[in-house]
Each structure stands twice: as C-alpha cells, then as structure tokens.
Ligand binder design. Structure first.
Ligand SMILES: *Cc1c(COP(=O)(O)O)cnc(C)c1O
Length: 236
C-alpha cells in the first residue's frame, strides 16, 4: 500500500515535470534523503540519473543497486580530497569540483582508475561557481576561476563538461534569474576565450525551488530532490 501510493506520487510528479521541461534538459533525481526502495521505484518510472551528495551515504545504496547497471550516478556535494579516489570510482559525473587542488587529485585518480579498468571512461566534471556571497556554499569566485583555467585545462584525464552553481537562499525571482544567466554567460565567455572544447556545454543549475528559472536561463541539467520525493512538497 505504502509502495503503491509512493509510486503513484512519484509517477505524477515526474511526468508533470517532464512534460513542462524541454526534452534536452537532463533531470537528475537527488536521492540523498531516500532509500534504495524508493530509488528502485524511480528507476522503474524511467529515471536513470541519480544524484547523491555524501559518499558514505551513497555507497551502501550503490552496492545494493549494482545490478542496475544503466544507472548514471552524479556526485553533487562538497568533496574532500581524501574521498576523491572513491568518488571517481563510484560516480560517472562530479558536479561539485570547487578547487584546483581537488581537480588535480581527481585527474590523477581518474587516470589511475581508467588504467586499472575500474572505470570505463574518465570522470565527467563540472566546475562549481559561487556567484553570490554565501558562507555556507563552496565554489570558485569567477575571478579565481579565470586564474585557474590554464592549470585546469592542462588536466587531461578529466572531461570538463561545464559549470554548476547553487544559489543562496532568500533571493527574489529576478535575482535568481540574473544569477543563472550570469552562469550561462560565464560558460560562454570561457569557451570564447578558447578553454576546453565544445563538450564544455553543460549548466548544472536549478533545484526544486528554482528549476523553472534555471531552465529559462539555459540549464541543461537540473537536480531535483524534494519536488520528486517529498509528499509534502507542492506539486509542480
Ligand atoms: C539536495 C541537493 C539538491 C536537491 O535539492 P531540492 O531542493 O531538494 O530539490 C540539488 N543540488 C544539491 C547540490 C543538493 O545538495
């Protein structure tokens, strides 16, 4: 009974969101607050991209889901360098690369893991940018990122795919839209300056509260948790 209502709830939520967003936008279901049974229901509804923000919470779930081998796992949380090796091995995408030092570690671990056959391809990474002051969030200030781009570009065992951001709480709709737009512009400026390649085309931005604005501003990946999995969250 509980499972059935959960499934129905998820199905309605997912279908509504899918209907209203462009088919090109990749929807990542953030499962940090739910268990394996719910992830299985989501999978049965067609969701293949799952996001987790803590390695120690994610790996037991991944272990139980290892037969679901077409799941694509996305790491979206702040990453300490001592966990970077495992994250490379357990996640295809890392959205939250927020320092040069971390990128250098990931590059080395990605090289080692690929050489040893523990991963099929180098890690796909996004660079996390902090557009507005927020002491609770990590990420490059845009000026710092510009300074690090030469060094980042020299790391040849990562696929640099784009930028990611998380906005501070309490912004108006206009402020959110303008911040998301700045992230898109920053990505375009980085490409125009000749960094990376045309696969550097992703914008990972937008969560339950702000994904519509993020899509309007050009998001290519949205990361949704509560709107999919919390019955108390209003329907889209
Ligand atoms: C939890 C989390 C999300 C999902 O947030 P909701 O508001 O629940 O949709 C997205 N991105 C990151 C980095 C998160 O930690």
């Amino acid at each position: 009974m509980k499972q059935d209502s959960w499934r129905e709830n998820l199905r309605v939520r997912w279908q509504k969101i899918r209907e209203e967003i462009p088919a090109t936008v990749r929807l990542i279901a953030v499962t940090k607050t739910v268990g394996v049974e719910t992830i299985k229901l989501a999978y049965q509804e067609g969701i293949k991209d799952f996001g987790e923000n803590r390695l120690q919470d994610a790996t037991p779930k991944q272990e139980q889901l290892k037969d679901y081998n077409d799941i694509c796992w996305h790491f979206i949380g702040h990453l300490q360098t001592n966990k970077a090796k495992r994250v490379v091995e357990c996640f295809s995408w890392i959205h939250s690369v927020d320092s040069l030092k971390l990128a250098q570690k990931l590059d080395e671990y990605s090289r080692q893991a690929k050489e040893a056959g523990r991963i099929a391809d180098y890690s796909q990474v996004c660079l996390q940018v902090k557009l507005l002051p927020d002491e609770n969030k990590y990420g490059w200030h845009p000026q710092q990122l510009w300074q690090d781009l030469d060094s980042l570009q020299s790391l040849s065992h990562l696929h640099f795919r784009g930028l990611m951001t998380i906005l501070p709480l309490g912004l108006s709709q206009e402020e959110m839209f303008s911040a998301f737009t700045r992230l898109r512009e920053l990505k375009e400026e980085i490409r125009q300056a000749g960094y990376f390649d045309d696969k550097f085309d992703q914008l990972s931005m937008g969560m339950s509260d702000d994904y519509k604005l993020a899509i309007k501003a050009g998001a290519t990946m949205i990361r949704l948790g509560r709107i999919l999995f919390h019955e108390a969250y209003p329907l889209p």
